[in-house]
Design a protein around this ligand. Structure first.
Ligand code: NDP
Length: 234
């Protein structure tokens, strides 16, 4: 059965790979994009998740074009790395605002329709550093750890309505976000990953699709690592 799927930040990187995975499986897929050109082949809606009005408008458009959202993948996220003593309130607040509060905003809006339908799938994209920590990323790690508590609370709150809420925690994935790192830093990271390489965005997408599938109907409140073994034990 073809479902109505929404992927935030689905115009590039991991989000685009996730959108393609659902589309390849026959679902109706909408993506949000904030800047640049929308990707071809999807219902693309412009939306900055830090703006509540844009979120509401995006949902209205998606609902008109493909029906209420049955699967939400909250993927949009940013980094603003800085060591603690150099990290400004703005560096901290803006990352929390996008990664955590922005996710709250899109999830809350999706939950409205899911509660009415008494079914739904929510998948949040966190990060291995949410539980492992990362020097220079206190803001980002805090936001990604926050997603775990958020998801687990929703798993408890929405479970009786057949709505699951899970987290995927990728390790280092080859996208614009990690291409911004220098060669030396990239090599150092790879040296810590048991599988000895970065992930391809498609390798994250397949876990997301599984969590949204019928096969995963009894999984909720889980944190699924897709990190080549980097975060083992957390
Ligand atoms: P990219 O930087 O390649 O893409 C980020 C996406 O998020 C873009 O589509 C971007 O839109 C969107 N976005 C950012 N801010 C906003 C906003 N305020 N409103 C709407 N959309 C926004 O990142 P990745 O694909 O690498 O990362 C995707 C997710 O996976 C993020 O949550 C990230 O934290 C997480 N992650 C990534 C890892 C990695 O190694 N790459 C590892 C672990 C987790 P636009 O194009 O307009 O900027």
């Amino acid at each position: 059965m073809s479902r109505s799927v929404l992927v935030t930040g689905g115009n590039r990187g991991i989000g685009l790979a996730i959108a393609r995975a659902f589309a390849d499986a026959g679902d109706k897929v909408a993506v949000t994009y904030r800047s640049g050109e929308p990707p071809e082949g999807f219902c693309a809606v412009k939306c900055d998740i830090t703006d509540p009005e844009q979120v509401e408008q995006a949902y209205k458009e998606v609902e008109e074009r493909q029906g209420p959202v049955q699967v939400l993948v909250a993927n949009a996220g940013v980094t603003r790395d800085q060591l603690l003593l150099r990290m400004s309130e703005e560096d901290f607040g803006s990352v929390l605002e996008t990664n955590l509060t922005g996710t709250f905003r899109v999830v809350k809006r999706a939950a409205r329709g899911m509660l009415r339908a008494r079914t739904g799938r929510i998948v949040l994209i966190s990060s291995v550093v949410g539980l492992l920590g990362s020097a220079g990323q206190a803001n980002y790690a805090a936001s990604k750890a926050g997603l775990v508590g958020f998801a687990r609370s929703l798993a408890r709150e929405l479970g009786s309505r057949n709505i699951t809420c899970n987290v995927v925690a990728p390790g280092f994935v080859d996208t614009d976000m990690t291409r911004a790192l220098g060669d030396e830093q990239r090599e150092k990271i790879v040296g810590q990953v048991p599988l000895g390489r970065y992930a391809r965005p498609e390798e994250v997408a397949s876990s997301v699709r599984f969590l949204a599938s019928e096969e995963a109907a009894y999984i909720t409140g889980a944190v699924i690592p897709v990190d080549g073994g980097l975060g083992m034990g957390h």
